[in-house]
Design a protein around this ligand. Structure first.
Ligand code: KIV
Length: 286
């Protein structure tokens, strides 16, 4: 996919502008059920969106930004305003992928009406096409309410990080028969309520496979199974920006190592006065 650059003279930064292309739509994503695997990554900033967009089908502005960007202990403190600011940046930085914004904890669970107000505000603020909400059977009525009123919803079942206080941690779910059945029921209820796709997170593999086969919308796995209809990861995890890598993450790069090496080299050059060199300094006009 080709990318051209225009210079923004007010900031003197090169802003990549993709060749004109049509953004993927919710119905187009839904149609991919059982087809070529869907590629989804999280993005929180305009520059990451620009870099990820040509390779992805969907960009998720995940509330994981609470930990990744803000250093918060969980996603619980994330606010609607934080999600809206990052959602708008990711929409500005992308041309191709469908952009989905996470609804933060406390902004949608109380009632379908609360969810509609929060989600409609989010779509207006960001220009994103859809929202994601965590929760199973208890959220099905809300998913239906929003879907029937023109707000596409991506569901999220299995390990639902906003429920960390109730779950007691981030361990994989569905190891007991009872838990496995409940997760499958949750996923089916959300899909039947009209979700256009469903994130299946942190479950033992047979649950992910059964759920993928038994719903009519794409199941997007994270810590789930390669047999899901697509995969999502936190981009910073797969790029190796953190020392600790969860079991379900494959590190495709060692960004932490590369950044450390680059900054060490910069610090050395500054201290030895090798930087700035003649290429980086301005000569007077003759
Ligand atoms: O917030 C997030 O990043 C997510 C994905 C990891 C699915 O919900």
């Amino acid at each position: 996919m080709s990318t051209t650059y225009t210079i923004d003279s007010s900031t003197s930064r090169a802003t990549p502008v993709s060749a004109p292309m049509k953004r993927l739509t919710v119905p187009a994503i839904r149609k991919r059920k059982g087809g070529d695997p869907l590629v989804m990554l999280t993005a929180y900033t305009v520059r990451m969106a620009q870099l990820l967009d040509p390779h992805c089908d969907m960009l998720l502005v995940g509330d994981s930004l609470g930990q990744v960007v803000y250093g918060l202990p969980s996603t619980i403190p994330v606010t609607l305003e934080m999600m809206a600011a990052h959602g708008a940046a990711v929409v500005r930085g992308s041309y191709h992928s469908l952009v989905i914004v996470d609804m933060p904890f406390g902004s949608y669970e109380a009632s379908p009406q609360q969810a509609f107000e929060s989600a409609s505000w989010m779509l207006k603020q960001t220009g994103a096409a859809a929202v994601k909400m965590e929760g199973g059977t208890a959220m099905a009525e809300t998913v239906r309410f929003l879907t029937e009123r023109g707000i596409p919803v991506m569901g999220h079942v299995g390990l639902t990080p906003q429920a960390v206080n109730a779950l007691g941690g981030y361990g994989a779910r569905g190891r007991s028969q009872e838990e496995a059945s409940a997760i499958i029921d949750d996923g089916r209820a959300i899909a039947a309520a009209g979700a256009f796709a469903l994130v299946v997170e942190g479950v033992v593999e047979p649950i992910a496979i059964e759920l993928t086969r038994s719903i009519d919308c794409p199941a997007i796995g994270i810590g789930a199974s390669a047999q899901c209809d697509g995969q999502v990861l936190v981009a910073e995890d797969m790029l190796g920006l953190f020392e600790r890598t969860p079991r379900f993450v494959k590190k495709f790069e060692d960004m932490a190592g590369r950044i450390s090496a680059a900054v060490e080299a910069y610090a050395g050059d500054v201290r030895s006065r090798a930087f700035p060199g003649s290429e980086q300094t301005y000569a007077p006009k003759n």
